[in-house]
Design a protein around this ligand. Structure first.
Ligand SMILES: C[S@@+](CC[C@H](N)C(=O)[O-])C[C@H]1O[C@@H](n2cnc3c(N)ncnc32)[C@H](O)[C@@H]1O
Length: 248
């Protein structure tokens, strides 16, 4: 398998701050769940360093210098999937679009290990990983560097007092909007009706336009690949909503 070598040293999966130029941010989700098997440990040790974006974390890049995106993309369109979970969708997109480079970002180490297993088994060579907080990646990506972005089943944070932790808040959306090129696509999927409400309220003011009628969000994208989280939502009787925005 041919792998893009973008990192020379093993990444550190940490959200702690050192002397960074950006403020420390809380992360409220899970970082680690069930223990990893030996193969996953090996993938994290051997495969991840080969396809890990270097100089993203605050520890590795405390000055928050911008990444050399042209060296990374090597002439290819660059897509980003935030919170790829177990990696089903990103692998599907990477296989369907071999001329695109996709950055996958995930803070949950078990998810990173799952994606690495898929990459290894399926021989995918056009994914690079930031195994950490998407906000750290957004700090160091140059503006107008992304050609497409996916936010698929972001953590729902169902309690009203936690809604400000959702990804569709200005804290995340404003930097996200700056990184996407004008006229390019931002896809959001969720099974939570109140998350749809918040997405439709908060995404457009950040610089996006919804492409479909808000009354008709049940049709999946033609190139959609149902994720693990979506399968769980369907089993539990919740309906998917698919929202497509363009950067204005
Ligand atoms: C509900 S899961 C959905 C996973 C996957 N997209 C799917 O559809 O199966 C949300 C994922 O987003 C990840 N996540 C949440 N906040 C994140 C952040 N700030 N940076 C990177 N990943 C994040 C979580 O660890 C979790 O795996």
């Amino acid at each position: 398998m041919h792998l893009l070598r973008v990192a020379a040293t093993p990444p550190r999966m940490s959200t702690s701050d050192t002397n960074s130029a950006t403020p420390w941010r809380n992360f409220y989700g899970r970082l680690k769940g069930q223990s990893l098997n030996a193969r996953q440990e090996q993938d994290l040790k051997e495969l991840l360093p080969q396809i890990c974006l270097e100089n993203v974390s605050r520890e590795d890049n405390p000055e928050r210098s911008l990444l050399d995106v042209e060296a990374i993309r090597q002439g290819r369109p660059l897509w980003l999937e935030v919170g790829f979970g177990s990696g089903e969708h990103i692998v599907h997109q990477a296989k369907s679009n071999p001329d695109v480079l996709i950055i996958g970002c995930e803070i949950y180490v078990n998810g990173v290990a799952s994606l690495l297993g898929k990459i290894r088994r399926e021989g995918v060579s056009n994914i690079v990983i930031h195994p950490g907080d998407a906000r750290d990646l957004l700090d160091v990506l140059p503006d107008n560097s992304l050609d497409k972005m996916f936010l698929l089943y972001p953590d729902p944070w169902p309690k009203a007092r936690h809604h400000r932790r959702r990804f569709v808040t200005p804290e995340h959306l404003e930097p996200l909007a700056k990184k996407l090129k004008s006229g390019h696509e931002f896809r959001v999927a969720t099974d939570i009706v109140d998350y749809v409400r918040q997405t439709l309220e908060e995404v457009p003011p950040a610089g996006f336009t919804l492409t479909e009628s808000p009354d008709d969000l049940s049709v999946a994208w033609p190139d959609w690949f149902s994720t693990r989280y979506e399968q769980k939502a369907l089993r539990e009787g919740r309906s998917p909503h698919y929202m497509t925005f363009f950067k204005t």
